[in-house]
Design a protein around this ligand. Structure first.
Ligand code: KG4
Ligand code: ZN
Length: 332
């Protein structure tokens, strides 16, 4: 079964084709295209919803054609169409959802709407050898949460951020530090020449819960800005921020492994690209006798393969959605 996936929940336009079963229940990505709108939003220092919707509208038909060409397939070779329903920017979601519904209506193929977070949660299964159950730490610009993933349908939320997402904290700190682009990757780069012990930042929500909080950390950085003048000061602040974030993520992942007794941990989302974060997560997993898996980077960040795969699992179970389902900004 070949499934076309479409992802337009935020500032990445993405299309992919996934073959759900190339033997022994192993899925394979046949083609995938991602267009990042970083340039469109850069002048505004953050994602502008209206600009995101327009960029999706312009790019999606092009990416769709490119993806089919890359896979060497026509729409007639596709068995089902999946698109992200939410959570995300509603205007952006509607572009992808409407495109997918139109393809389904015109071709008579089944259609499924996919929850973006389920997509992230199941991504690890696209990497070889990851079996259920696992604890998922999803750390991105829009999300920060721990989930227990026992099967494609049994996904339990263990804890989540009470305010900002962890990537948002990186991005806002990068903006305060006037880094360009204002992202976690810029912080990581500069942190390499910084001294993490120079600035003492608070360890947020350092309790026994599995919840997170990052808005206080962002404020702590702002309050120390008077001491950040030179490039070295900036590098030291980057190193301090990265260290404290890595430490709290690792601590909470360790707690989740302890509470669930699960022996596999998966990290996903853009922040999982951070080298120090990965190293600290790996360390805490080995302390708990657990296997640590970080899917390849292009599957950690927003992509359409995860949507095709999560949608494909529903199609394989004989499920599909009506063409009148709507997009949602948040889970209710
Ligand atoms: O998963 P993603 O591409 O999109 C969302 O669903 O949000 O994650 C993007 C987030 C941004 O906040 C970005 O600053 C952060 O991931 N990020 C990083 C790194 N690379 C991307 N944060 C820390 N270190 C990195 N190397
Ligand atoms: Zn995401």
């Amino acid at each position: 079964m070949r499934v076309l996936g479409i992802e337009t929940s935020c500032d990445e336009t993405a299309v992919a084709v996934v073959d759900m079963d190339v033997g022994q229940n192993e899925p394979r990505i046949l083609a995938q295209q991602v267009y990042s709108q970083v340039k469109e939003h850069a002048p505004y220092g953050g994602v502008v919803p209206e600009i995101a919707s327009r960029a999706h509208l312009e790019r999606l038909p092009i990416l769709y054609q490119q993806t089919l060409t890359e896979a060497g397939l026509a729409l007639a070779d596709i068995h089902g169409i999946a698109a992200t329903r939410g959570p995300g920017l509603v205007g952006s979601l509607m572009v992808g959802l409407t495109f997918a519904k139109s393809l389904a209506a015109a071709s008579g193929k089944p259609f499924v709407g996919v929850d973006h977070l389920h997509g992230h949660a199941l991504t690890a299964r696209l990497a070889p050898g990851v079996e259920f159950p696992y604890v998922l730490l999803l750390v991105s610009g829009g999300h920060c949460q721990l989930e227990l993933v026992e099967s494609a349908t049994a996904i339990t939320l263990l804890g989540q951020t009470r305010d900002d997402a962890v990537g948002e904290c990186f991005d806002k700190a990068a903006k305060l530090l006037e880094l360009s682009p204002a992202s976690g990757a810029s912080i990581e780069k500069l942190a390499a020449s910084g001294d993490a012990a120079r600035f003492i930042l608070p360890l947020p929500m350092n309790d026994g819960s599995l919840d997170f909080s990052f808005s206080g950390l962002k404020t702590a950085v702002r309050q120390r800005m008077a001491d950040v003048q030179t490039e070295q000061d900036k590098a030291d602040m980057c190193a301090a921020l990265q260290a404290v974030i890595g430490k709290i993520l690792a601590k909470k992942l360790g707690l989740a492994l302890q509470k669930t007794g699960v022996k596999t941990a998966v990290a996903a989302g853009g922040v999982a690209a951070n080298g120090l974060v990965r190293a600290l997560l790996e360390k805490v997993c080995s302390e708990h006798g657990a296997q640590f898996v970080a899917p390849p980077l292009n599957l950690c960040t927003d992509n359409a393969a995860m949507i095709a795969y999560a949608g494909g699992l529903r199609l394989l179970r004989g499920e599909s959605d009506e063409l009148d389902i709507t997009a949602y900004a948040r889970r209710t």
